[in-house]
Design a protein around this ligand. Structure first.
Ligand SMILES: [Zn+2]
Length: 256
């Protein structure tokens, strides 16, 4: 089986600080050997960069997550282009729109998103997108920029919404949601995508799998998501691992 890539995990979060060597070793033992860390805050950029230096199996994306905007100023996003250009970035992100209740004002989110999309266009980098209740608005904004490729991570939208992003050159991030029996819509979507359209992710330490609610999610768990996806698609896990890996490397051409 191809070695698995966790295309979205937050190994820079404090919960992993004292146990990162162990987390990576446990993952390696089940065949998960490479990791993409999307930044969430300005403060995390340097930490993630240092992890790429210390661990050759870690890749970096730099951006500002919509969920954390309250603590950010526009000055930080103004530094993004320069930082990403000089710190081994394989993508810009995670950015996006989060329209769940009690999030920061939509106009502020849109402003930060467009700044980051402009950086991705300028540097010809892919983007890692976060969306909640915002797929149509996000699509309309992303379409305005020349973004070479990217991923809509932890996708839970409709097939029509997924297809629009795929037509723009994006792939769909498939994570632990599909392990929940009640997630019928997302499980159905995972069955309908072509072999070129999906990449596997965990979003660790968030989004624990079904049966592991309340626990810290780990990159090693991606194997269980791959098994569920293989079941849903009536494919072997070998095929699922192969397609996911190919799609990650196509989506993020600066990986190697
Ligand atoms: Zn994330």
């Amino acid at each position: 089986m191809d070695r698995l890539i966790d295309s979205h995990c937050h190994l820079d979060f404090p919960v992993f600080a004292d146990q990162l060597d162990n987390v990576l070793q446990v993952a390696k033992e089940v065949g998960v050997t490479e990791f993409l860390l999307p930044a969430t805050t300005y403060q995390s950029w340097q930490t993630i960069y240092e992890l790429t230096i210390r661990y050759p199996q870690i890749r970096a994306a730099y951006g500002i997550h919509p969920y954390f905007l309250a603590q950010e100023t526009l000055a930080s996003v103004d530094e993004l282009e320069q930082f990403a250009a000089t710190h081994n970035a394989v993508a810009i992100g995670e950015t996006g729109l989060d329209f769940w209740p009690d999030q920061i004002h939509r106009d502020t989110q849109i402003h930060f998103l467009e700044k980051q999309l402009q950086v991705a266009e300028n540097l010809r980098l892919p983007v890692i997108l976060h969306a909640r209740k915002s797929y149509d608005e996000l699509y309309a904004l992303v379409k305005k920029y020349r973004i070479p490729s990217g991923v809509v991570h932890a996708f839970t939208g409709s097939l029509v919404q997924a297809k629009r992003f795929i037509d723009l050159g994006f792939v769909i991030g498939i994570g632990g949601v599909i392990t929940y029996p009640r997630a019928q819509k997302t499980r159905q979507l995972a069955m309908s995508l072509t072999n070129n359209d999906f990449i596997l992710e965990t979003d660790a330490p968030d989004m624990p799998l079904f049966g592991y609610q309340g626990q810290v999610n780990m990159p090693a768990q991606i194997v269980k998501t791959a098994e569920v996806l293989a079941d849903l698609r009536s494919q072997s896990i070998v095929d699922v691992a192969h397609h996911s890996r190919n799609n990650v490397l196509r989506t993020f051409p600066k990986w190697y």
